[in-house]
Ligand binder design. Structure first.
Ligand SMILES: Nc1ncnc2c1ncn2[C@@H]1O[C@H](COP(=O)(O)OP(=O)(O)O)[C@@H](O)[C@H]1O
Ligand SMILES: [Mg+2]
Length: 211
């Protein structure tokens, strides 16, 4: 029998690895397979959470502490979970989300050096056991990712140095090694090659969901 709840899929990886490109692919694939879904992103996904995103990413003179960033993203996440993600899953819709809590570990934990236990405490408080069913980690060397995003106007996170992105990448890979819900995707391949890898994982999840 089919699962009454929708599946929760997250795409992770730093800027320029291909999350937006591949979310488009995932959504098209779900549509073709008649799977009901919503597409959303973090930080963001509701008007308030999007306002928090803007506040967090704005380039400003004032120094922004890592803990401030962490609390802003978890405030946005709380709103997003309550208003959008939990209701959709309960209606049987799949949720396809551009980034989620793994990004808080990778950026604020590994990137900014915040205590990972603080992130774990917020995660269990805010999510109360809810985790993605599948996390697609697009893994790419930071210099290749940077070449891919050359035309973009950089926000505050995108203006970080190469070493920051190396820590973010290593952090993502460390988490992926620890948790069964991750699939590591080699994002250096062609657009079609990356999509083909993703398709096999989504196909498995649809099969599991339909029972
Ligand atoms: N596999 C790929 N090979 C080459 N270029 C790619 C690939 N995937 C995405 N791109 C290009 O790289 C840039 C960044 O991709 P994007 O999907 O916006 O990444 P993200 O959302 O992770 O920042 C875009 O110009 C996109 O067209
Ligand atoms: Mg994107």
């Amino acid at each position: 029998m089919a699962d009454d709840y929708g599946k929760f899929i997250t795409l992770e990886g730093s800027e320029g690895v291909g999350k937006t490109t591949n979310i488009e692919f995932v959504c098209q694939f779900l549509e073709t397979n008649n799977v009901p879904f919503i597409r959303t992103r973090e930080p963001g996904g509701t008007p308030l959470a999007e306002a928090l995103r803007e506040a967090m990413l704005a380039v400003r003179e004032e120094e922004v502490s890592g803990m401030t960033e962490l609390l802003i993203v978890f405030a946005a996440r709380t709103q997003h979970l309550e208003q959008v993600i939990r209701p959709a899953l309960a209606l049987g819709q799949w949720v396809v989300c551009d980034r989620f809590t793994d990004a808080s570990y990778a950026y604020q934990g590994y990137g900014r050096g915040l205590n990972l236990e603080h992130i774990t405490a917020l995660e269990s408080w805010v999510q109360n056991g809810l985790q993605p069913d599948l996390t697609l980690l697009l893994d790419l060397a930071p210099d290749v990712a940077e070449q891919r995003m050359q035309e973009r106007t950089k926000d505050r996170m995108e203006s970080e140095q190469r070493e920051f992105y190396q820590r973010v990448r290593a952090g993502y890979l460390e988490r992926a090694a620890e948790q069964a819900r991750f699939r590591i995707i080699d994002a250096q391949q062609s657009v079609d090659g990356v999509a083909a890898q993703i398709e096999t994982h989504i196909t498995d999840l649809i099969r599991h969901w339909r029972g």
